[in-house]
Design a protein around this ligand. Structure first.
Ligand code: URA
Length: 198
């Protein structure tokens, strides 16, 4: 059994917070264990709760299109959420739930070790771009240690507000440059450990 399969089994048996009582399936995440590019959304919705897979509803179909824009396939990237269980009625995650679930996200990141982490929406953004607002920080990248974090609007926001589609697509098209920078970082160990790209 791979380490990620073992971690997923642990996540699937989690009963740390109240969301365990309401879920149909836990949604740990999906993608290859050696993914260089990792997306973090908010929380599973109805479709994800039913299937146990992240981003399989309308927002997920749009995310697949966005990933296609840069010539990637969904099967090449890792996709997960800040929260692994669906909040009832798709309400916003509560601070205690985010805190309870953060150990799973941290263990996923420790294991997968992506070079680039894309935050989708406010909840994952506020973990890595604290104090920022999504309207200001979207499309910006920053390096911390050996990882580049890149903030984007949530694909569902672009589905609800048509004018955001152009914005999210333009942000997505910046990712190849971010990935190239992350590739160089691996070779050049003596670069500064903090860098703002955009
Ligand atoms: N929205 C999210 O943030 N995550 C999902 O998995 C689905 C919709």
């Amino acid at each position: 059994m791979s380490s990620l399969t073992e971690l997923n089994a642990e996540i699937e048996s989690c009963r740390i917070c109240e969301l365990a009582k309401h879920r149909t399936k836990v949604v740990p995440g999906d993608g290859p264990e050696n993914a260089k590019l990792l997306f973090i959304g908010e929380a599973p919705g109805w479709n994800e709760d039913q299937s146990g897979k992240p981003f399989v509803g309308a927002a997920g179909q749009y995310l697949d299109q966005l990933i296609g824009l840069i010539g990637y396939k969904r099967s090449q990237v890792y996709i997960c959420n800040v929260i692994k269980c669906r909040p009832p009625e798709n309400r916003d995650p509560m601070p205690g739930e985010i805190l309870a679930c953060s150990k799973w996200l941290e263990r996923q990141l420790d294991l997968i070790k992506p070079r680039v982490i894309v935050t989708l929406g406010r909840y994952s953004m506020s973990k890595y771009f604290p104090g920022e607002s999504i309207s200001k920080v979207h499309g910006r990248a920053k390096r911390i240690g050996n990882v580049i974090y890149f903030a984007m609007y949530h694909p569902a926001a672009a589905l609800h507000q048509g004018n955001l589609r152009k914005v999210i697509e333009a942000d997505m098209l910046k990712l190849p440059a971010v990935l190239a920078e992350a590739g160089k970082m691996e070779e050049e160990k003596d670069r500064p450990s903090q860098l703002n790209l955009f």
